[in-house]
Ligand binder design. Sequence first.
Ligand code: NAD
Length: 536
Amino acid sequence: MLKTTYFTPMKVLLIDSLAEECTEILEKAGIQAVSRPGIPPDELKEEIKDYEGVILRSGARIAEEVLTNAHRLRAICRAGVGVDNVDIEGATKRGIVVMNTPEGNTISAAEHTIALLFAMARKVSQAHKSLQKGEWEKKKFTGSQLSGKTLGVIGLGRIGRQVAKRAAALEMKVIAFDPYISPEIAAQYPIHKVDSLEELLGQADFVTIHVPLNNSTRNLITKREFELMKRGVGIVNASRGGIVSERDLYDAIVSGKVSGAAIDVFEVEPPRGNKLLELEQVIATPHLGAQTEEAQKAVAVEAAELMVDALTGRGFRNALNLPVASPEEFEQLRPFIGIAEKMGTFLMQLTDCGVRTVTLIYAGDIARKNTRLVTDSFLVGLLRPCLEEGANLVSAPVLAMEKGIEVSVTTSSLCGNFTNLVTARVKTGKVECSLTGAIFNGGEARIVNIDGYNVEALLEGNMLVIYAKDKPGLIGSVGTLLGKRNTNIARMTFGRKQAGGTAILIINVDGPVSLDVQEEIRRLENVNSVRMVYLA
Ligand code: NAD
């Protein structure tokens, strides 16, 4: 008989207009793409519950309120750079990865900045309007030459660097302020790096801003900063509205301190009733920085590719709320990620969900890799037995912090005969427990030490962990009892520190062992404690 299998394809919601290549790439990967540009927030809140992914540009917004309903959502991708329209914290808490496509529109945004700079300096827009009115004014539109002038670039990131390169080619002297860029990186660009914003503002004939909008850059340029600038300075802002105070810019223009401003971004977009637009010294464009065919296509393609990778388990590139791992890095880390997660689940069950502090020690090759992902995997596993909905790589660090679990990470050069070791030490209020895992050639993962006992155990399935006195007959008595209770042993590992001391017995069994049987084992001669651990 022919059996038909129905399955629901994964769905991605596009809530801004995106180049058609975006839909094509998603559908080719078997993911259904639904385009709803301009969907109102209340409808989005309802609609989002059916989707695994959302792609947006700068027009739409994903607020906390919307996320409360996003039960299936696993990934949000912003086609572009700025993610101030996505509630990253809310997404992180819910285990939703947030990604962006920072490269695709860099050149277009830099070119637009230069276009605004020229247009402002040569009053192109004002002269054009005047000509349309039938006027032939020349003196009124006397401009200033860029060559030989000083351009102050605030924020020497992707776009700032491209602006700097282009401005230098125009024979401008470029100075830049970016406290987070090392002198070595700055030295690769034709700029002079200054040490403070004040220094830049005091020297620049033109100032252009290329920082992200966040709590420390909101109102970065206000009355105080305008006062520090040269009289007659020109301002370009093609970064984000809210970084330059519009009210203070208005006052600075009216007072003559600022001779002109070229603005692509506004505190409120579209900027209805914005007084700046009434000033003849201001030229403005409606957030056009990335609005070129090339940039639109590049960000849409990149967003779709990132989404496909994220939803099909190929890894999270450009994740903003995850430790970054390239696909290659992810591949190298995969065995460690796997074993770390199981170690977390194992230790949490062994300690009755009471873990207060965690120390992860990486030794060997792994110590030189990006261990954040491995640490977070450990936390995913650790939290799994004590959280209703579990945790994932994105939400685990936040949830661990919320639960008051202190996490510290160190590296060690002590690796013994192994090439890699991952040791996890956990403490509850009462007990301390440790587990060491090793990855062997070929990627096989095994536990090689538990609480100081050398073992060779596979972390899988149902495991009985028994601490006992190392006396003859121990293994036999446990095995016999399990046999009588119809429990099949799949694998058994024994470890001891010295003959006649305490020993550990780890038994992989084919099915769960009831509490009654566990109690029977506990009552066997020489047995100190018994615990059942379940691993996926
Ligand atoms: P980026 O992250 O590559 O660079 C930002 C730089 O700003 C970083 O080097 C950072 O160190 C620096 N920075 C942060 N805080 C600073 C501070 N207080 N003072 C000085 N420097 C600081 O970002 P990017 O891709 O270059 O984008 C820059 C801006 O342009 C962002 O706001 C982005 O949203 C915006 N953007 C606008 C458009 C548009 O259409 N107008 C298009 C793309 C990007």
